[in-house]
Design a binder for this molecule. Sequence first.
Ligand code: ADP
Ligand code: MG
Length: 236
Amino acid sequence: MALLEVSGVTVAFGGNRALDGVGLNAERGRVTGLIGPNGAGKSTLFDVVSGLRRPSAGRVVLGGRDVTRYGPARRSRHGLARTFQRLELFGRLSVRDNLLVAAELGPERRRAAQVADALLNRLGLAGIAESGADTLPTGVARLVEVGRALAVRPGLLLLDEPAAGQDGDETERFAALLRSLAEDGTAVVLVEHDMGLVMGVCDEVYVLDLGKVIAVGPPEVIRADETVLAAYLGDA
Ligand code: ADP
Ligand code: MG
């Protein structure tokens, strides 16, 4: 059974169907990609999965439990964490304190300082632990945001364009981090425009276009799918 099972999810903004009967599964130990042109509905789907937006139809099942009517805090207690396309760090706090604040909300709040230090090391941020979050280049700030999500030890991690602003070396290290999270048993869902990263790191890729899933499969199948190519060419 998949850790996350989304089925039939529909969201409309006025007459605009941002999501139209979307289904998506994410399994422990796997990185699941979610790609599609701008406006396809990727961030809206994350809002529905994380409980920030109630769908007009469809279900979100997490670990076999129907959480469709749960709010975000309750879902997070069931092991869900996400990052946002728009950064949501505490700009006045240091990198370490951003992680610490997040760890204090997690299941290991009594050893939050150790959790924060372990994350600093794992993410390669120890050297800038005392830097103010608002002084960081975007690519690094996104990594801190991933760290904040990891501080609550999520079973399901939703990442919305985490590699935007990273340079080539940073993206390579980030790819290794994603694989190691999957090896630890996390279910990772990755929204990302960097196709090299998506195709290199994902076990399975969903393609959204205009609120519908138009293709699902392993990277090598998605790369050769003509419907997918057409959706992206339409975007350009
Ligand atoms: P993506 O993340 O794939 O770029 P979004 O989920 O942000 O796409 O947007 C999907 C569609 O829903 C777009 O047409 C967008 O304009 C619309 N949309 C998203 N959020 C809102 C909102 N809060 N109010 C109205 N329309 C929205
Ligand atoms: Mg988006």
